[in-house]
Design a protein around this ligand. Structure first.
Ligand SMILES: Cc1cc2nc3c(=O)[nH]c(=O)nc-3n(C[C@H](O)[C@H](O)[C@H](O)COP(=O)(O)OP(=O)(O)OC[C@H]3O[C@@H](n4cnc5c(N)ncnc54)[C@H](O)[C@@H]3O)c2cc1C
Length: 430
């Protein structure tokens, strides 16, 4: 297909480079676009969108493929070559192009004593993360990444390049609405004056899971906003590349990102809860914060969902262990994040898709094996059905793989916000 004028590359099925361009981190969603535009510039994105409009092709965007939720069929704009990062140290802001990953911003910002509101993985794309809302390692102190965006350059469905700023509906909808409002070519956002933190994790053995869950809940509820923390139940395979104390065990992993002084005193109640199999807590440069969650860096197929909850009582903790712990039907990485702090306050320029009344989010993630997604869906449904009396909503960034878009939209957005999103983009979330 002749997508011109273009400085980037065009790939069609069967051509060299097509499979590599389509491949993302998430392998459980199969994409077979009719054409892929490997965009290098904003003009390439404009040309690609105009070409798609003229040929009646649906447009999708991919940076890293961490957040794929549907296979693509029309024209895919691959942004991975758009990697420009500019730091304005005086203003305390960054401007990044569409294909930038958090790792590049962490490194560039650190040179100026600054840090971005990045999340658990430095490999995730800045734009997809931020448009999803962006729940990061300093979320309880500073709130969502989406609420610290200054400006968005976006190419809308007719090929117009717009500069969206606070006050416009498009600016509101993009920050949390993510899908369908256009292709973002660049994002400008705040950095924060953070150079280092007390972070890492405590790993506990299977038998200690119930006690550690209870200790972490009590501890995290009383914690200052300078602490952002989660607890993961993880079934580790017995593989030689994993740390020896964790191999083949179903463990509890408490993750800590603390911006204050006296980290050892802060975590003393957790260290006292049970003997740790491994303790990696230490002061570290913020640029190394991507190591805290110790997530697998290799592409794989996964499926997952989540629910925000207004409390975490003992019945809920028991349900979590029963349906997503060592005896669960399907191996599940179960993560509970403490919310609250700045996340409970209304930001200066709010985006959409945040449940400020929620106290925790419970997330489930499973690898998709040879038997497909159905056993995973079934196992996750058992967990979230058991938690249903206490759930209030869902967070978009932690919806992984293929789901019913209407059901996701109804749980992520309030009825009023969903109505407004659909007025701006007919068919949004369906
Ligand atoms: C290992 C891992 C760790 C994660 N950690 C966190 C975390 O700590 N906090 C958090 O909030 N989320 C986290 N996420 C979720 C992540 O933020 C979302 O999946 C996000 O959508 C990924 O964006 P991406 O660009 O990397 O992925 P992609 O799959 O390339 O993009 C995902 C979607 O974002 C949209 N998008 C991407 N680029 C553009 C663009 N230029 N214009 C318009 N739309 C675009 C598209 O709808 C696209 O389908 C994590 C995900 C994984 C797999």
């Amino acid at each position: 297909m002749d997508v011109t004028p273009l400085t980037g590359q065009v790939f069609e099925p069967g051509q060299d480079g097509y499979a590599e361009e389509v491949a993302g981190f998430q392998l459980a969603v199969a994409s077979r676009p009719a054409v892929v535009v490997g965009a290098e510039t904003t003009d390439d994105v404009v040309a690609a969108v105009k070409f798609a409009a003229a040929h009646d092709l649906p447009v999708s965007v991919q940076a890293t493929g961490h957040g794929l939720t549907a296979g693509t069929e029309g024209l895919l704009i691959s942004t991975r070559r758009m990697t420009g990062v500019e730091i304005d140290a005086e203003a305390g802001t960054a401007r990044v192009e569409a294909g930038v990953r958090w790792g590049a911003v962490l490194e560039a910002a650190a040179k100026h004593g600054l840090a971005p509101l990045s999340g658990s993985s430095p490999d995730v794309g800045v734009v997809g993360y931020t448009l999803s809302g962006g729940f990061g390692l300093m979320a309880r102190k500073y709130g969502r990444a989406a609420d610290h965006v200054r400006a968005i350059d976006v190419v809308t469905a007719d090929g117009s390049l717009l500069h969206a700023e606070p006050g416009s509906d498009l600016f509101w909808a993009l920050r949390g609405g993510r899908d369908g409002f256009g292709v973002v070519t660049a994002l400008e956002f705040d950095l924060v004056p953070v150079t280092d933190l007390y972070g890492g994790g405590l790993y506990f053995d299977t038998a200690d899971i119930p006690a550690v869950l209870r200790a972490w809940r009590t501890w995290s509820v009383a914690a200052p906003d300078t602490l952002t923390t989660s607890l993961a139940l993880i079934p580790y395979p017995d593989l030689p590349m994993l740390p020896e104390p964790l191999r083949g065990k179903h463990i509890a992993h408490v993750r800590v990102a603390y911006l204050g002084d006296g980290g050892d005193e802060l975590v003393a109640p957790l260290r006292a809860a049970a003997p740790a199999l491994m303790d990696t807590l230490k002061r570290m440069p913020f640029s190394e914060s991507g190591s805290i969650a110790a997530e697998p860096p290799n592409p794989h197929g996964y499926h997952g969902t989540n629910a925000t909850v207004t409390q975490l009582n003992n019945a809920m903790l028991d349900a979590i262990v029963e349906h997503a712990g060592p005896g669960a039907d399907v191996d599940t990485v179960l993560i509970v994040d403490r919310l609250g702090g700045a996340l409970a306050r209304t930001p200066e320029v709010p985006g959409v898709g945040w449940d400020s009344a929620a106290e925790f989010v419970v997330r489930a993630l499973s690898v998709v094996g040879d038997d497909g997604i159905d056993p995973v869906r079934h196992a996750h449904a058992k967990l979230f059905d058991a938690l249903a009396p206490w759930t209030s909503g869902r967070l978009l960034p932690f919806v992984y793989g293929e789901h019913d878009p209407a059901e996701v939209a109804r749980s992520v957005y309030s009825a009023a916000d969903l109505r407004k999103l659909r007025e701006l983009k007919p068919g949004f979330g369906s």
